[in-house]
Write a protein that binds this ligand. Structure first.
Ligand SMILES: [Zn+2]
Length: 745
């Protein structure tokens, strides 16, 4: 049942329209019929489990692996209903135990429960993220309210909560070790923060709200998806000016797939929009693509998300008011590293002016270039990427297409394995083809072992390519986590991307950004794989901390060892020239105004939406007015506008939490400087040891602020981040501005 407690808002987490969500959507819910079933004899149970492949024990090599080759949507609903009922039965038994509550008979039993549900969720997550279909989405819609009510039943099980509370109250007078104590605290907080302390009417209302929110989150995500699928633009031969050959080829293939052979499909997703706006010379088309993309969920009609957002905000506010919190963000941040909305806002506001000032410089550069070229225009948002690319070429002489020729997907993967070997002492070997079931022929699997001892650690699944039904972006998930409390379990981790397949026999060439993202997601996988915790709950993430490990791993892409051996030209095999690398490094500071501002605008709006009074809120107006107040430059928009901000409205994973990327960025820059300053640089064995020991392996078994201090010898400071982005570092003499981000409580 760890899933039920850890991932609040299941459907949401699962629909995960959001960026990179590290937790494979895990969660909970219920059905009356299924409950009746579950109370039947043990034989009945084993026959149900055996007859539904989604419930069946994982068999085969490597401690058992998911039967991804046996997935049928028609099995999902019965499997889920059975697993939820089974989980509730286990929980009732824990709650009804006549013995006094102890760690073993209450907390450890909770950690143990829900095995069937864990298994079903591994499949559910694949359907939701990797191979969605209309049939699945229908089942998903039907399950959403059941999952929410399942979760409520656990949280509102008062007998269970009283037992958890008894263990919690006695935790300091018992002989629990530090991990056990942390599991107790995390478990208690999950209950307390989610209404367990409520009585009577308040408790009922709390459950109602959760149920409705789950429906709204799913609807929100599906509306965005509908606007992504419904706005594909088909171009003809005369509308391709400026577009790179590889992009045109991919667009042609996509059009053919969509039954428009001879045309070129520009899908309404970031992976199409971004390159199109960067390269297309056709300004009107750029504007059209830009409008399609940034109006997702904001088009009026049946897929418009504004009313849904208003209702979500109201319900979230009402729910935390029941718990005695002033606003949603305050409730949300209490167990984050930042602890309070104020601390998160302070960090964002410290960086915002420098970012906006940089935008002004960038726009001035672009406008000058446009004027020179005789284009009679004022830079608009649909011009930003296009002219930025021209400024980049003029000022930084960096052609993204030239860089791509050195970034082959296969070589990048080998580079990641090399880095994992050096830092984590991991070895990756491909498993024999066909020995581990996969859900699509593109998915490949590697075994991960300890380089010195040969000890098996887990499997790594890679699903690299875009296809219909797969959500956009890149993400990492875990099908099984590391634990030792009932015997050691191995980790099944996955990385997922949306690279466009090359023509047959040709290597897949990717952009520098995509290469960074590939490393980023691999960082999540390494974080899963390096876990040394005892209990499942300790594998849970802390939202503003959990992006740090993955962001840090991006830094190894531009280390000399990787550059010299893996970033080689796809035709000549020559390593990427030093000058080009120098340009890339210089260019990494380029356009930081745009990147930081578009991100911060989203993060600030998120935080303000969740600290504002939601009564009568009009999301469009709120967004407009907030950006005005902030002094948002006219030439760009939020990275995720409110009507399609899946991070915060497709679920609660990142709600009042989008700031977490920057919080993690501060840690990333600061930790990277620890390597840069070390004798052995980024491969310094001592710093690497500390990295794995303090920042990766403990997962959530240690308070993040403490873990960071153990690694760095002090709290993180904002200076390294400002240096990385080429922003002025706030003066050291000013106590307030020299922001450190660890929390002193
Ligand atoms: Zn991430």
């Amino acid at each position: 049942m760890r899933q039920s407690l850890i991932a609040l808002s299941v459907a949401a987490a699962i629909a995960a329209a959001a960026g990179c969500s590290k937790e494979a959507a895990q969660a909970p819910a219920v059905d009356e019929n299924a409950q009746v079933q579950a109370s039947a004899a043990a034989d009945a149970k084993s026959s149900v489990v055996a007859s539904n492949p989604l419930l069946a024990e994982w068999t085969g090599p490597y401690g058992g692996v998911p039967a991804f080759d046996k997935m049928r949507v028609e099995d999902l609903k019965p499997a889920m209903e059975f697993a939820m009922a089974e989980n509730l039965r286990e929980i009732d038994a824990i709650a009804a135990n006549p013995e006094p509550a102890t760690f073993e008979n209450t907390i450890a039993e909770l950690e143990r429960s829900g095995a069937e549900l864990d298994r079903v969720f591994a499949y559910y997550g694949i359907w939701a993220a990797n191979k969605s279909t209309p049939e699945f989405r229908k089942v998903q819609g039907e399950l959403a309210p059941k999952l929410a009510s399942f979760q409520s039943k656990i949280i509102q099980n008062d007998a269970l909560f009283q037992r958890v509370k008894a263990v919690y109250d006695a935790r300091n007078d018992s002989d629990l070790d530090s991990e056990q104590k942390r599991v107790v605290e995390l478990t208690y907080n999950q209950f307390a923060n989610n209404g367990a302390t409520l009585d009577g009417k308040a408790k009922e209302r709390y459950a109602e709200i959760n149920k409705r929110l789950a429906e709204l989150h799913t609807k929100f995500a599906n509306n965005v998806l509908a606007d992504e699928e419904g706005y594909t633009l088909f171009l003809s031969d005369d509308q391709l000016a400026g577009l790179p050959e590889s992009f045109v080829k991919a667009a042609a293939a996509l059009a053919e797939e969509k039954g428009e052979k001879g045309k070129y499909a520009i899908t309404n997703t970031r992976s199409s929009m971004d390159p199109f706006l960067t390269y297309s010379e056709n300004r009107e088309l750029r504007e059209k693509v830009w409008r399609n993309y940034y109006n997702r969920g904001d088009n009026g009609g049946e897929h418009d998300n504004n009313a849904i957002i208003a209702e979500i905000l109201k319900l979230r506010d009402e729910r935390v008011e029941l718990l005695g919190f002033e606003n949603y963000a305050q409730w949300r941040l209490q167990d984050r590293m930042a602890k309070t909305p104020q601390r998160a806002m302070e960090l964002m506001e410290a960086v915002w002016p420098a970012a906006v000032a940089r935008v002004e410089e960038e726009v001035a550069d672009m406008q000058a270039l446009a004027d020179e070229s005789g284009a009679d225009i004022t830079i608009k948002p649909w011009d930003y990427r296009y002219y930025a690319e021209k400024v980049r070429k003029a000022k930084y002489d960096l052609n993204s297409d030239e860089v791509k020729q050195y970034l082959q997907l296969d070589k990048l993967r080998e580079a990641m394995f090399y880095v994992a070997g050096e830092l984590f002492n991991f070895e990756f070997s491909p498993v024999e083809e066909g020995s581990v079931p996969v859900f699509h022929e593109d998915v490949k699997v590697w075994e991960v072992t300890d380089k010195s001892s040969g000890e098996h650690i887990g499997l790594w699944y890679l699903d690299p390519f875009a296809r219909a039904g797969k959500r956009s972006g890149a993400w990492a998930t875990m099908y099984r986590d590391h634990t030792t409390f009932d015997g050691k379990t191995n980790v099944l981790a996955s990385n997922n991307s949306n690279f466009i397949k090359g023509a047959p026999g040709e290597p897949v060439l990717v952009s520098w950004d995509d290469a960074s993202t590939f490393f980023h997601e691999f960082g999540h996988a390494l974080h899963f794989l390096s876990s040394n915790v005892t209990y499942p709950t300790l594998n849970s993430g802390v939202r503003d901390y959990t992006e740090f490990q993955s962001q840090l791993l991006e830094r190894w892409l531009s280390t000399d060892e990787v550059i010299d051996n893996y970033l080689v030209h796809y035709k000549t095999g020559e390593p990427i020239p030093e000058e080009l690398v120098a340009k890339i490094k210089k260019a990494s500071k380029f356009n930081q105004g745009f990147a930081t501002t578009e991100y911060l605008a989203s993060a600030l709006v998120d935080m303000k939406l969740h600290t504002a009074d939601p009564e009568g809120i009009d999301p469009d107006k709120f967004e407009r007015e907030t950006l005005e107040e902030l002094g948002m430059p006219d030439e760009l928009v939020m990275r995720h506008r409110t009507p399609h901000f899946g991070h915060i409205f497709s679920g609660e994973g990142y709600s009042a939490g989008y700031y977490g990327y920057m919080w993690a960025d501060v840690l990333t820059s600061d930790a990277a400087e620890a390597f840069a300053e070390a004798e052995g640089g980024f491969y310094d064995p001592e710093v690497a040891d500390k990295l794995v020991k303090h920042l990766f392996a403990p997962r959530n078994a240690v308070d993040p602020a403490e873990a960071y201090r153990a690694f760095r010898g002090r709290d993180a400071e904002i200076g390294a981040l400002m240096r990385d982005r080429g922003f002025p570092v706030p003066g050291k003499e000013s106590e307030k501005e020299n922001t450190t981000i660890a929390v002193k409580d």
